[in-house]
Design a protein. Structure first.
Length: 325
């Protein structure tokens, strides 16, 4: 039987109503979650590594989780956490996981105190995906609501529905049916894992918008410890002329990555030419995020900075991982 390592970090899947005011809080550990699944066609080594809401997830916890997973010498790793930052966790693990064995991240939209909680089915599916030999070499995967997503594409696209997770426009990689994975697509070859060590400092995301003088970006970038900035730009990668002036001033000292705030579709490179357009920002030395949204661009930029990447390497990695090349 395959051996699967299961790390629980908290989130709704581990929550039940609290006696005091009835609000759901993390109460269930990895063993409790596993206990509800009955007999399984695999051995599972379960460990509770944290019990937090995922808005409090941080790099230190994820590095601890990744290193615990690598030490278990299992056939697959399942990570359970809150859905709110699950897309960032999955992408972080995808970037930094140096092994062929699959990592499958899951959670739940409905806690154990609500009607039809989805946690047990999601966990059972995640174990199935982790134990499937065809999951090897695919990096980090996400399974929720029977879909299997690539970490690279998945995002939480609805705040409360059971089908909250979407990989649009790429679509899910597969689906779990009757405890078997039906794969629809192969995964593209994975670039080598990144080896970030120094995760100190800040990589903020600043969203561009109406009546935007650039003052917010300027003041955020001036905060102590800022190592790079992601701008969630309008449309295909556009900012106001005031913000463009700020970006021109920042680029010589810190990397500035420009993503689209639209939630779907890539940044462009050479369609518009006005001050603040994508081509003007590229000419200033900004890096375009391509198909990566601002959230994922932030994770990639922070991991690259933690790996000591210089500006050329940052540009190359964004072109490769943002599907621009
Ligand atoms: N609502 C969240 C969840 O789905 C809470 C969290 O992210 O921890 O798990």
């Amino acid at each position: 039987m395959p051996l699967i390592a299961l790390a629980s970090l908290g989130g709704t899947i581990s929550m039940a109503p609290d006696g005091a005011d009835g609000g759901a809080v993390p109460r269930l550990g990895a063993a409790d979650l596993l206990g509800g699944l009955g007999d399984l066609p695999m051995d599972v080594l379960a460990e509770t590594l944290a019990g937090i809401g995922s808005a409090s997830m941080d790099f230190a916890t994820l590095l601890r989780c990744r290193d615990w997973g690598l030490r278990q010498d299992a056939d697959g790793l399942v990570v359970v956490q809150g859905t709110d930052t699950l897309e960032e966790t999955a992408y972080f693990l995808d970037l930094t996981w140096p092994s062929e064995i699959p990592v499958v991240v899951t959670g739940a939209m409905r806690n154990a105190g609500l009607f039809s909680p989805d946690g047990p089915a999601n966990l059972r599916n995640a174990l199935t995906v982790a134990a499937d030999p065809r999951s090897r070499g695919r990096g980090a995967l996400v399974t929720l609501n029977d879909d299997v997503h690539a970490a690279r594409w998945v995002r939480k696209a609805h705040s409360s529905r059971l089908d909250a997770f979407s990989s649009a426009p790429a679509g899910p990689l597969g689906m779990v049916v009757e405890h078997a994975v039906h794969w629809f697509h192969p995964s593209p070859p994975r670039p080598p894992a990144l080896t970030g060590v120094d995760f100190g400092g800040l990589v903020p995301v600043v969203e561009a918008g109406l009546d935007d003088s650039g003052a917010v970006l300027s003041s955020v970038a001036a905060q102590p410890g800022v190592r790079g900035v992601v701008v969630a730009a309008t449309g295909v990668g556009h900012v106001s002329s005031g913000t463009a002036d700020v970006i021109a001033r920042l680029v010589p000292s810190i990397p500035v990555v420009v993503a689209s705030r639209t939630g779907a579709g890539p940044t462009l490179r050479s369609t518009y030419g006005f001050q603040g357009s994508e081509s003007s920002l590229i000419a200033m030395g900004a890096t375009m995020a391509g198909w990566l949204d601002a959230r994922k661009a932030r994770i990639l930029l922070h991991v690259l900075l933690a790996s000591g990447a210089d500006r050329d390497r940052i540009e190359r990695e964004f072109r490769r991982r943002g599907d621009l090349d």
